[in-house]
Design a protein around this ligand. Structure first.
Ligand code: AMP
Length: 593
């Protein structure tokens, strides 16, 4: 990005952040003006005349009193009609021609969400804003390269002929992505053919080959979610010898069978025996020390690693730190969803554990449902599809959020979602001018519950983190994990599946199992365990490669590596079958005996 446009962007952001409350009102007005009269809004606002002539607080108050909070299930019949080819103004006046498929790893089911040019524009905008902000702290060289582990999935047509695919895929295919490639001062190592190969292994191989071919020029390493980098680097451990051969000779392994990738990669690489020999000797040394410090060794000029590292990505931080040898900063990327972008990381120096996301008030109209843990006494339940993990107050606008308070985010978007509950729980950790800085806490949906116990993804993550500490004694590491609340027998019990790399004794695993069980601090769980209305936690150790199989199962169903998140809890029968068939050892907790 040119210096002047970075500065313009930063001053634009200062301006909208300073006037966030006013900008939010304007955003709501714009959305309602654009979509006034569409079927969904007509249902709720039909009796209001000239809504497009109403302004400010009056408009907000009519809107929130007449249009109810909605979940994806409420909007699904409308989205289905659009997918089936109904071109009447259902959610937006402008016909929707593209649908995004959310990763589906939250609820085990992929959801369609409208995608418009606004979606690509805001993606480009947030990327440019984040890049401008990052380059103040970690300047990169003009003309440098970015090693991006990004993957487009296949786009397909719905029954009604609309293009469908993941949001990242639509973005990589958009004009905006091309603009980003042209306007930013660093370029992705891989051509579009590699990003869009449709075969994540072939793409990853080529990302590495090109990333190493350009290694002295690589300025930073990135993927959408941290899982993408960790998964790719684990593949590198298998591929590096062949990659070095290809670098040496300027060839491409027969592993790469897709013709258009072959052509595009062979167009770029040339034999480089000197670089290949250096990389080979570094890899031999790295292999001996379990790939510690791999990133700075192979990409000596890389300034940082950039990816979403918060929420369900936090368990991969240890592995990322291993790969960087703690020598490169880990910069946590922005916060958004298939439905809308939410916030930008304005403090790139913060460790991923402390990152906050500054809400961009032009992206959508945001509301915040105050949440109180059930034990807090102040709250009133306001219905509308919540879970019983929290009590809720009435939603408040962005200008009324309070420091330290937890909220569920509600979105009204330019793409036709009205008062849509995103399902994420955040905490207001501060303010940037007048716009809140959010700390991502977890997805709202309870994942482990059998009777009165209530454990979120975050609770499971903390329990697994504590429970896996004894592994360090054996130099083993936890690769990935998931869980299942098993109620097929009485009493029901939690099953937690771990994939481990390295050798561990049964004694240590039994200790891990007990410590994990004792680490669930939820009062309902502890009481139920003590009274045996929840049975002993079961730790299942699965064989090497099981979680890769799970990821491949999702990719086979249209997900993309770029947006993949390991489901932290599952009731999906196919996944449970994969997990149970791969279980090699089981341990039952004795923590409450
Ligand atoms: P999807 O649209 O299916 O790819 O997933 C979007 C979801 O990913 C969000 O609703 C969040 O739960 C999660 N997510 C996205 N960005 C972040 C982030 N920066 N930190 C934590 N979780 C995130």
């Amino acid at each position: 990005m040119e210096t002047s446009s970075s500065e313009d962007l930063m001053s634009w952001f200062e301006e909208i952040a300073t006037n966030a409350g006013k900008i939010q009102m304007e955003t709501l007005k714009k959305i309602l003006e654009m979509n006034h009269g569409v079927e969904y809004l007509e249902k709720w606002l039909g009796d209001i005349e000239d809504i497009d002539k109403i302004d400010g607080e009056a408009l907000r108050s009519i809107y929130v009193s007449l249009v109810p909070l909605a979940s994806h299930a409420d909007l699904e019949p409308y989205i289905r009609k659009i997918a089936d080819g109904d071109t009447s103004p259902i959610l937006t006046k402008q016909p929707i021609t593209t649908l995004s498929l959310s990763s589906g790893t939250t609820e085990g089911r992929q959801k369609y969400v409208p995608f418009t040019s606004h979606s690509s524009k805001t993606t480009l905008q947030i990327f440019k804003l984040a890049a401008a902000n990052r380059s103040r702290v970690y300047p990169t060289r003009e003309g440098g390269k970015i090693l991006e582990f990004i993957y487009g999935s296949k786009q397909f047509k719905t029954k009604g002929g609309l293009v469908a695919g993941t949001a990242t895929t639509h973005y990589f295919a958009s004009q905006e992505f091309k603009i980003k490639q042209q306007q930013t001062k660093s370029f992705t190592c891989s051509p579009l053919e590699v990003i869009f190969s449709g075969d994540y292994k072939q793409s990853t191989y080529c990302h590495f080959l090109l990333g190493l071919f350009y290694s002295p020029q690589v300025e930073f390493i990135t993927s959408t979610f941290a899982y993408g980098i960790v998964q790719s680097l684990s593949l590198f451990e298998d591929y590096w010898r062949e990659i070095c051969d290809d670098l040496f000779n300027g060839t491409l392994s027969p592993k790469i069978t897709l013709l258009n990738i072959r052509r595009s990669v062979l167009d770029v690489i040339k034999p480089n025996p000197c670089l290949a020999t250096l990389i080979r000797s570094q890899c031999e040394e790295l292999e001996r020390c379990n790939w510690y410090c791999l990133i700075p060794k192979l990409w000596p000029n890389a300034k940082y690693v950039y990816s979403i590292m918060t929420g369900s990505m936090q368990p991969y931080l240890e592995k990322l730190r291993h790969y960087t040898g703690d020598k490169l900063p880990l910069v946590s990327a922005e916060y958004g969803s298939t439905e809308s972008w939410v916030g930008v990381n304005m403090d790139p120096c913060n460790a991923p554990e402390n990152v906050t996301f500054t809400v961009v008030p032009t992206f959508a109209y945001f509301e915040f449902i105050p949440l109180h843990k059930v034990c807090d006494k102040v709250a009133v339940v306001v219905g509308g599809g919540g879970c019983d993990d929290y009590l809720e107050d009435d939603p408040v606008p962005l200008s009324k959020v309070k420091m330290g308070q937890q909220y569920e985010i509600v979105l009204t978007t330019f793409t036709g979602l009205y008062r849509y509950r995103l399902g994420d729980v955040v905490e207001v950790a501060g303010f940037y001018q007048a716009t809140p800085k959010l700390k991502f806490l977890c997805r709202r949906k309870l994942i482990l519950t059998i009777n009165i116990d209530k454990n979120t993804e975050n609770d499971l993550q903390l329990a697994v983190q504590k429970g896996s500490k004894p592994l360090l004694k054996s130099q083993a590491e936890l690769v990935d994990f998931t869980s299942h609340a098993n109620t097929s027998n009485q009493p029901g019990h939690y099953m937690v599946y771990w994939e481990i790399k390295g050798k561990v004794s049964e004694h240590i695993l039994a200790t891990c199992c007990n410590e994990m069980d004792a680490a669930f601090v939820d009062h309902g769980y502890v009481v139920s365990r003590k009274t045996n209305s929840i049975g002993p936690l079961e730790l299942c150790i699965v064989e090497h490669g099981t979680f890769k199989k799970i990821m491949e199962h999702f990719i086979g169903n249209g997900a993309t590596m770029s947006q993949f998140k390991t489901p932290r809890c599952t009731t999906n029968q196919v996944l449970l079958k994969i997990l149970n068939l791969s279980t090699t050892k089981r341990f039952l907790s004795t923590a409450y005996e």
